[in-house]
Ligand binder design. Structure first.
Ligand code: BQZ
Ligand code: CA
Length: 664
């Protein structure tokens, strides 16, 4: 079997094809990626089918005997998802034990269709199941990368002119309270959340090709688009955008169906202190001790099995210790946590050293550069708070202003402030180097050059008219003091925001840093309520978290929500639309280069640096493929396929709530 070493980083040779005439080239890049793995076929990971018999976790036997639960074959759909043993590095697993997560987030609420998160770090993905799946695609060979993997949507077909997508849902899937999952759950998600602009859904209104929704029968529906589309757009139906919630619970809380309800009460309809919520995912939250712990127990109705007919997951219990993201890595290295996306470069050197000791409880593998940070200036004049803010946004809309800020950044210094060593590489905008769509030759670079920055700012008339060292708004306006929101709890974000502020001060631009918690940042970012904002937002695929980066539909990106497009943005929007409407990989690669060029030469936002991350998994965990990247098509919590992870009985951790499942 051929071993495929995927050296993602294009090292020194600058590709001539998309070379930019006057622009500066990206500097040479050194890759840290040590990943070695076999690429396999789409169908080698899982498929759908019915087996002669099914087994369940022994802990459920008593509940079936007592009649609290129907027998396993009645809890499973007609054709469950079957994970292939061939792709399971340690094979069929043993039931039982606990998988221990440590996270830095805090559950906001259980109403994910209304944009609430559940704490990140794998909680969202343990509860939510989506129409299609992206994470496991990291392992699929290029020639079979024809689109997303099926999930709740078992199959789908396009009509002749690709304006209608008919979707066949799995039949017989049940929610964790036993209620049937069917087309009404998907209709409610799309029509009453996505397409209802009063609901802050993760998929913005009209960003899915402004499609209409038609029910055909209980398990079939179709999206009808205004113009021909392509398979690529189906990727939007994956996690975090395409995940239906329990309509049998939420419709009664929605203003369209309940005149006493408001959109605020609807968003808050599933508060984080009321458990268990109803889910489709492998585990259900049954305990939430604020700021301390979330305990999840297996979902007895989970719709996936292994080839021996064992209903998944293998772990009975999953813990989320509510701590910090840094502590996640510390506990993984110490062996008291089982998993970490090591993504805070502050502890890279130490963690690497420890994990290389053979007695270390954890294995660490670096991937390509997929984590990038940016300063986003709000380009939407319509939502300005006052005249000064309006004048600021008019200045932000000047490309020379954004280019000036980019030239004012010493990205090497920012990288070293983040972590001494070879980890950081400059980031301007667009795809990061770990993306299959990244092309160095199409990436314009604004090297550190204060003279150029000052010349551009002078050219805009933003001079220090009152001589206090801070440039003033053109026409003798007020000082240019930019209020920048950032997540003070994230070391990497805070360090960089402070470095950026001191560097911009040197060219007379003052930044007023405001530190907020992660949830408030999330809300302000996705509602465009800020003057400027600094955050980490990966850009690997043009179809993931689309609205964070691309002008898809009138309500995107979040940093220019009102549809007041800048000239190059209109070109970018049509390149984007053409990308998602194309089924031709070569054509998409060209369109991606165009998007990259437009975003970097216009400094759509001002990137700082990009870094690789390393996945840490405890050695007692089986079936965690060593090649799983921290982030590619999705975060590792999805890509590692946690429902097929297991630990031999002898090495299992003690369960806190043995023998129990969520009660409704
Ligand atoms: C991974 C991820 C799983 C969101 C979140 C968090 C939010 C953002 C981003 C990452 C966390 C972890 O990332 O950092 O390693 O476990 O959860 O969901 O940063 O604040 O809004 O986009 O995914
Ligand atoms: Ca001044």
């Amino acid at each position: 079997m051929k071993t495929m070493k995927r050296a993602l980083a294009v090292s020194t040779a600058i590709v001539a094809s998309g070379t930019l005439a006057t622009a500066d080239q990206m500097p040479p890049e050194t890759s840290l990626s040590g990943l070695e793995y076999e690429l396999i076929g789409r169908g080698d990971i899982y498929s759908y089918g019915s087996l002669d018999s099914y087994n369940q976790a022994p802990m459920l036997d008593a509940l079936v005997e007592s009649g609290a639960l129907p027998p396993v074959n009645e809890r499973l759909p007609a054709e469950p998802i079957i994970f292939k043993s061939g792709a399971m590095v340690d094979g069929i697993g043993e039931y039982g034990g606990v998988f221990r997560h440590v996270i830095g987030g805090r559950p906001e609420g259980w109403n994910w269709m209304a944009g609430q998160h559940q704490g990140w770090g794998g909680i969202n993905m343990a509860m939510q199941e989506c129409l299609v799946r992206q994470g496991p695609r990291w392992q699929v060979k290029a020639e079979e990368q024809t689109g997303p993997l099926p999930n709740l949507a078992q199959s789908w077909t396009w009509n002749v002119d690709s304006t209608e997508l008919t979707v066949n849902l799995m039949q017989g899937v049940k929610w964790s309270d036993g209620d049937d999952f069917d087309v009404e759950d998907v209709r409610f998600w799309y029509e009453d959340n996505v397409q209802d602009e009063n609901v802050a859904s993760r998929m913005a209104k009209d960003s899915f090709g402004a499609a209409n929704f038609e029910v055909i029968d209980d398990y079939t529906f179709k999206f009808v688009f205004q113009s021909p589309q392509a398979e690529t757009i189906v990727e939007n139906l994956a996690y975090i955008q395409g995940c239906p919630g329990p309509s049998h619970i939420l419709k009664d809380a929605h203003p369209t169906y309940n005149s006493d309800a408001t959109y605020d009460s609807y968003t808050q309809a599933l508060p984080n202190d009321v458990v268990p919520p109803v889910v489709l995912g492998a585990w259900v939250p049954v305990v939430h001790r604020p700021d301390e712990l979330v305990i999840m127990r297996r979902n007895p109705y989970y719709f996936k099995v292994d080839e021996a007919g064992n209903q998944l997951p293998y772990f009975n219990e999953m813990h989320f210790r509510l701590s910090t993201w840094g502590d996640r890595t510390a506990q993984a290295v110490a062996g008291t946590g089982d998993f970490s996306n090591m993504e805070d470069p502050g502890n890279y050197v130490e963690a690497l050293k420890q994990s290389q000791d053979e007695n270390s409880p954890v294995r660490a593998n670096f991937g390509p550069r997929v984590l990038s940070w940016r300063l986003m200036l709000n380009l939407d004049p319509a939502s300005a708070e006052d005249d000064t803010d309006r004048a600021m946004r008019d200045l932000f809309r000047e490309t020379d202003f954004r280019l000036a800020l980019s030239h004012a950044l010493d990205r090497d210094a920012i990288g070293q402030a983040l972590a001494r060593g070879p980890f950081a590489y400059p980031y301007v905008a667009g795809f990061s180097t770990g993306s299959p769509y990244y092309d160095a030759g199409s990436s314009d670079f604004q090297p550190f050059d204060q003279d150029r920055a000052n010349a551009l700012l002078d050219g805009l008339g933003a001079t220090d008219t009152d001589g206090d060292g801070v440039r003033n708004l053109p026409g003798g306006g007020e000082n240019i003091v930019i209020t920048v929101l950032h997540d003070g709890g994230a070391n990497a974000d805070r360090k960089q925001a402070e470095a950026v502020a001191s560097q911009l001060e040197e060219v007379g631009i003052r930044m007023n840093l405001r530190s907020l918690d992660q949830t408030t940042m999330d809300t302000n970012r996705t509602s465009g309520q800020y003057q400027a904002l600094f955050a980490r937002l990966p850009v690997i695929l043009p179809t993931r978290e689309v609205c964070e980066t691309f002008p898809a539909g009138a309500n995107c990106p979040f940093f220019n929500r009102g549809g007041n497009r800048l000239p190059f943005e209109a070109e970018l929007a049509s390149a984007y639309d053409a990308f998602v409407a194309s089924s031709d990989a070569a054509e998409q690669a060209e369109l991606a280069k165009q998007m990259q060029r437009l975003m970097t030469e216009n400094a759509y936002y001002i990137g700082t640096v990009q870094i690789p991350a390393a996945l840490l998994v405890n050695k007692r965990i089986r079936n965690a493929h060593p090649g799983t990247p921290v982030f590619m098509y999705e975060w590792a919590e999805d890509s590692v396929i946690r429902e097929r992870l297991w630990t031999p009985a002898a090495e299992q951790e003690e369960e806190v709530l043995p023998g129990t499942v969520a009660e409704y």
